[in-house]
Design a protein around this ligand. Structure first.
Ligand code: FES
Ligand SMILES: [Fe+2]
Length: 411
């Protein structure tokens, strides 16, 4: 699991004014609540006094009060009041980590790390259709799965599994796919390809009616972004009829993942058709879960030499390479160390305030597996820009994969 990344913590509607809410991410506990101003606060959930859970306390004005002895923590994480010590008592050491939050796409994003604003990557903007409500209708859902975040995301980028796993858009007569070029994007990769369309009989409901004529092909774009562990799948069923799904995966811990999803469609946009789309997504997710919860090893990333990846695994290979870059940059939580000490020691994800002033924190920052290179997000951005510039000049991009035999994605 990686620190120094944006993650979706919750649907906006689930974080309310004055109601501390517990959210587990990267194996750690956080308390989220909303201020009267609408801003969302995210703090480490473990009280530095004697370890109680702040999310079980209550809000007092803009602060959250611990349920054990009433210490109050302000939105910036500093302790504003220690009731047992009197009104005037202050101490520099009484503070918890406070994390940057943003609200985009009706999701609350939290930056789980200590980088300053100028060093953080931007939140991915993978669904511009969301804002065009005249022409697009968006449904939302989230679910939890007993699978490692990286294994689960690789499944979404795995274009070859569609043929075998998915009954409504897989197609066993189209096992070998046509070549497609993978292109660099900011912090990710993108592929566009044509694939043989599923048979009309594979679809049902309103979508089935709209696609009752046999089609020869579907054009599909698939794109992932390491920021937020996000991807977009955009099939065009026929000219002018399309849908786009934007998903962001948040590790709950190393073996469980919460995925938030938005799906925009420009057909059958009446609200009464929402449930059919949600049910369709749920079916596809259940088909994935049936396989992915049983792959081994359970925790990724798996080294390239421990699996036999082939050319049709190109997109998930590109994703894994990028994850490996983040690990080499010292952003991977040392899972074994944290697990071994879990019942005896409190670790926390470091926040920007801790980096600005590393002294005087009661709880220790979580150990990472390698030394830090805080230029990594910048390096990825610059490499993408160099690749994009090369493509613009019609030169083959260095890190973009050529001649993909199986690029593409689901409907
Ligand atoms: S444990 Fe939180 S105030 Fe004592
Ligand atoms: Fe799938």
């Amino acid at each position: 699991m990686l620190i120094n990344n944006w993650y979706v913590a919750a649907d906006s509607a689930d974080i309310k004014v004055g109601e501390p809410t517990s959210v587990k991410m990267l194996g750690f506990d956080f308390v989220l609540y909303r201020l009267e101003s609408g801003a969302v606060v995210c703090l480490s959930d473990v009280c530095v006094h004697r370890g109680a859970s702040l999310s079980r306390g209550n809000c007092v004005d803009e602060n959250v009060a611990c349920p054990f002895h009433g210490w109050e923590f302000a939105p910036d994480g500093n302790c504003a009041k220690i009731p047992s010590m009197g009104e005037d008592f202050t101490t520099r050491r009484a503070k918890v980590d406070s994390y940057p939050t943003e609200e985009v796409y009706g999701w609350i994003w939290v930056f789980l790390g200590d980088l300053e604003e100028e060093d953080r990557p931007p939140i991915p903007n993978l669904l511009p259709e969301y804002h065009d409500t005249d022409n697009w209708r968006t449904t939302r859902m989230w679910f939890e799965v007993d699978a490692n975040w990286q294994k689960f995301e690789e499944n979404s980028l795995d274009t070859a599994h569609i043929t075998y796993v998915h009954s409504t858009f897989g197609n066993r007569t189209d096992r070998k796919h046509t070549p497609a070029q993978i292109k660099s994007t900011y912090y990710g990769k993108k592929v566009r390809r044509e694939r043989k369309a599923p048979k009309a009989t594979q679809k049902s409901g309103v979508l089935g009616k709209l696609l009752s004529e046999e089609r020869s092909k579907t054009v599909v774009e698939l794109e992932f972004c390491l920021v937020g562990i996000a991807h977009r799948i955009n099939p065009q069923f026929r000219p002018g009829m399309s849908q786009a799904t934007f998903s962001a995966s948040t590790p709950i811990d190393s073996k469980r993942t919460r995925q938030f999803g938005l799906q925009a469609r420009n057909y059958a946009i009446e609200p009464e058709n929402d449930q059919e789309r949600i049910d369709g997504r749920r079916q596809a997710i259940d088909e994935d879960i049936a396989v992915i919860t049983h792959v081994r090893p359970a925790i990724g990333p798996t080294s390239f030499s421990d699996e036999m990846l082939v050319q049709s695994d190109q997109m998930e290979t590109e994703f894994r390479k990028m994850v490996m870059r983040m690990i080499d940059a010292g952003y991977e939580i040392d899972h074994e160390k944290v697990e071994a000490q879990w019942d005896r020691k409190i670790y926390v994800i470091p926040s920007p305030a801790r980096r600005r002033d590393p002294k005087g924190w009661v709880h220790e920052a979580v150990p990472t597996t390698k030394p830090r290179n805080d230029k990594i997000w910048l390096e990825l951005k610059q490499e993408a820009e160099a690749d994009m510039a090369k493509v613009a000049q019609n030169e083959p991009a260095q890190s973009a994969a050529q001649g993909d035999k199986n690029g593409g994605a689901a409907e």
